[in-house]
Design a protein around this ligand. Structure first.
Ligand code: ADE
Length: 230
């Protein structure tokens, strides 16, 4: 799968993509990420990508003609183009799973002061990573690459780990422990040392339900019963 990130700040997004699981997956050719400088499509010596808003007001607005040229250059046959904006559709695990089936995602990073409204006509959709306002779409694009990229085949070492985790079945993940068995009066639950796999599984499920009820009861509405049969 391929991602193209269109940004005015290429250096801001490059480094996080070189590390950890996404970095290794890129090296292994499991996913491809290109970072495109929107200013490469801005004409003139000053490569101006934004301008003052019609009607007046503070701040600068990203230009539709420059974004159109950048999107056209990045788009491939069958690509899905998404604009990062706080007014977009909220990214969640279910949508990340759907996006993992795309072949090419083009992510357009707006800046906080605004983007010409006509850009909405040039993209296939808009996404938000939450109800707060960032200074630009760059961190949002990185979040999407991470959330979608880790679901691609072969990106996580163990194919089970993308399944058996928070949100996969509309539940938070059960608690995990490793050595030492006892630390500052905090002990690892005995059941995990029992070697009894059925009991361990039942305990994990119970913990996952309990945690979800206590911390994110909103997840318990709209659970697909098919997903619930873990
Ligand atoms: N740009 C600014 N804030 C954003 C958000 N919350 N999600 C996506 N893009 C954004």
């Amino acid at each position: 799968m391929r991602f193209s990130i269109l940004t005015l700040h290429p250096e801001l997004v490059r480094s996080p993509l070189d590390h950890s699981i996404v970095g290794r997956a890129r090296e292994a050719g499991k996913l491809e990420v290109e970072v495109c400088d929107i200013r490469d499509h801005a004409p003139g010596k000053h490569r101006q990508a934004d301008d003052a808003p019609y009607g007046g007001g503070a701040g600068m607005v990203m230009k539709v003609d420059v974004l159109d040229a950048a999107i056209t250059a990045a788009r491939s046959e069958g690509a899905k183009v998404l604009l990062a904006t706080p007014s977009g559709r909220r990214l969640d695990q279910a949508w990340a799973r759907e996006l993992a089936d795309e072949s090419h995602l083009v992510l357009v990073c707006g800046h906080y002061e605004g983007v010409d409204a006509r850009v909405e006509e040039l993209v296939d959709g808009e996404f938000s990573i939450g109800d707060y306002v960032l200074t630009g779409g760059e961190l949002a694009a990185l979040v999407l690459v991470e959330a979608v990229g880790r679901l691609l085949p072969g990106v996580l070492g163990n194919d089970d780990s993308a399944q058996d985790e928070s949100f996969s079945a509309g539940r938070l993940e059960y608690p995990q422990y490793t050595r030492p068995r006892s630390y500052k009066d905090m002990d690892v639950p005995d059941v995990l040392l029992s070697g009894h796999h059925a009991k361990i599984e039942a305990w994990r499920r119970e913990q996952s339900d309990e945690r979800t009820r206590a911390r994110r009861p909103d997840l318990l509405v709209d659970v697909d019963p098919a997903d619930d049969a873990r």
